[in-house]
Design a protein around this ligand. Structure first.
Ligand SMILES: [Zn+2]
Length: 492
């Protein structure tokens, strides 16, 4: 039982939670962004992150501190909170990234966890093995065994009140990720980073990223806080939250600023290409693109970092509000339009509609059908399942239009694309109150036909007729042959 993480609200796989960090005596509301602080190289100070941007938690690298003599001495003497001057919670990484980049590091899991404890970290990390995507299965399996051993060692280290990350590895093998997550969940460790996904995001493989996260989520309990390690571009936050990620860290705000890159929720722009600044943050209301270009390199980097952070925190707030309003998937649909690979990510998310359905609230404010992907949302799947359990009369007329002249049937149910048959008693309840476009698309009709098929499969003796308006063959092929169909549009 993990008492330090409480869920407050859910929408699809997304959730608003509270992560209690005892050593800092801080409660972090999730989804949360952890700005990455390079202890040797600060642009925006941690104090400013807290005061101006509302950062409740940040992440820095304990391995760099350990390797840098004067920093190490100061950290051991004064503590991380003091030297960074940050009032929130501080997570520290262990050097696993350096391990994956350079092949070896000079600390063990015990040493680095004890060091993290000694410098006052609030959430520490063992030395796991970040296995990149697409490696041979044998390598992924072997490295995962090592990561599992490290987690077991981490359990035995006396870290006081410090929470410990339990990274979930397994490369691009969903079964290994699920197995890794199940193992991590069974330890008494606290926070669950899905590791080594940066190469997927660098290659815009949002579909594979979603499969990896979905697999990890299957192995983790609902009350396990999940960190998408290394994910810092605000464009993909809504998608990742919808799959169940709670924590993100951003080095992107600073790294991109160094290259004059300007973040937006629809992708990255180069300052050189901008004639206008499509943002209302303090940086963008005070400057024109020419003003920014005229600044010294250091000042420009600082201003761009600030803009990048404003956009990033704004998106986190927008996502939280969407979860509260029950409109997270509508937000994901909008973000999916920013780039074809984001659309692949959203379509992959819907491949896991079954998994999302378990945490999706039964009732929300409104369901907006805004793309043909909407036909595959978890709410549609849930209605189809419900159709299998409904009691039906002996004979039934299902219709997109009116039921005049159909007196021989015991009852008439409306067909509402994409849901399918809707008994009158349910017609005023979510999601059947959905707002759908008047110009229905094929995906919605095919989904409605799947609903009809579910109803008939569950009721083999039902005497049933479907009245539709010019359904395409692809939809009519989905309904069982024994169903009589009448094209209402074709009648005289
Ligand atoms: Zn801005």
């Amino acid at each position: 039982m993990r008492e330090h993480f409480e869920l407050r609200d859910t929408d699809a796989g997304g959730r608003i939670g509270e992560l209690h960090v005892p050593r800092a005596d801080v409660t972090v509301e999730t989804p949360a962004l952890l700005p990455v602080i390079n202890p040797n190289l600060q642009s925006i100070s941690p104090r400013r992150l807290a005061d101006e941007f509302g950062a409740e938690i940040l992440i820095t690298n304990s391995y760099i501190i350990h390797k840098t003599d004067d920093l190490r001495e100061r950290a051991l003497e004064d503590g991380l909170h003091e030297i960074l001057d940050f009032p929130g919670a501080i997570m520290t990484d262990s050097g696993s990234f350096q391990l994956s980049e350079y092949g070896e590091i000079s600390v063990t899991t015990e040493e680095i966890l004890e060091f993290q404890r000694d410098i006052g970290a609030d959430i520490g990390t063992p030395v796991d093995i970040p296995t990149p995507p697409d490696v041979p299965r044998e390598q992924a399996t072997e490295e995962l065994e090592t990561t599992k051993e490290r987690l077991e060692i981490a359990e035995t280290v006396d870290v006081g009140e410090m929470l410990i990350n339990a990274p979930v590895q397994g490369s691009t093998y969903p079964d290994l990720r699920e197995d890794a997550a199940r193992h991590a969940d069974a330890t008494d460790l606290d926070v669950f980073p899905v590791g080594a996904v940066v190469p997927l995001m660098n290659d815009y493989r949002y579909d594979d990223m979603i499969d990896v996260v979905a697999a990890a989520k299957r192995g983790l309990g609902a009350n396990a806080p999940v960190h998408l390690f290394g994910a810092g571009h605000p464009m993909m936050f809504a998608l990742a939250v919808a799959m169940g990620c709670d924590l993100f860290d951003s080095a992107a705000y600073a790294l991109y600023a160094r290259d004059d890159r300007y973040l937006t929720v629809r992708g990255t722009r180069h300052l050189e290409d901008l004639e206008y600044l499509p943002c209302s943050c303090p940086v963008c209301t005070d400057h024109s693109p020419d003003d920014l270009r005229a600044l010294s390199d250091d000042d420009r980097e600082l201003e761009l970092s600030a803009h990048n952070l404003h956009v990033t925190f704004e998106e986190i707030r927008r996502i939280k509000q969407a979860i509260r309003s029950g409109t997270l998937l509508e937000l994901v649909e909008q973000r999916a339009r920013a780039h074809p690979t984001m659309l692949d990510g959203y379509r992959t998310l819907l491949d896991h509609a079954d998994q999302l359905e378990r945490s999706d609230p039964v009732s929300k404010g409104a369901f907006f059908y805004t793309s043909h992907e909407s036909a595959r949302r978890p709410e549609v799947l849930r209605h189809h399942r419900r159709l299998e359990r409904l009691s039906v009369p002996d004979s039934l007329f299902l219709t997109e239009g009116d039921s005049s002249g159909r007196d021989r049937y015991d009852d008439t149910w409306r067909i509402v694309p994409p849901f399918g048959p809707v008994p009158n008693a349910l017609s005023r309840s979510y999601p059947l109150t959905a707002e759908v476009p008047a110009r229905t698309d094929t995906a919605a009709l095919e989904a409605a036909a799947r609903g009809v098929a579910h109803l008939l499969e569950a009721n083999p003796d039902l005497d049933c007729t479907l009245g539709h308006y010019d359904w395409p063959v692809s939809a009519l092929e989905i309904v069982p042959d024994r169903l009589e169909t009448v094209n209402l549009g074709g009648e005289e």
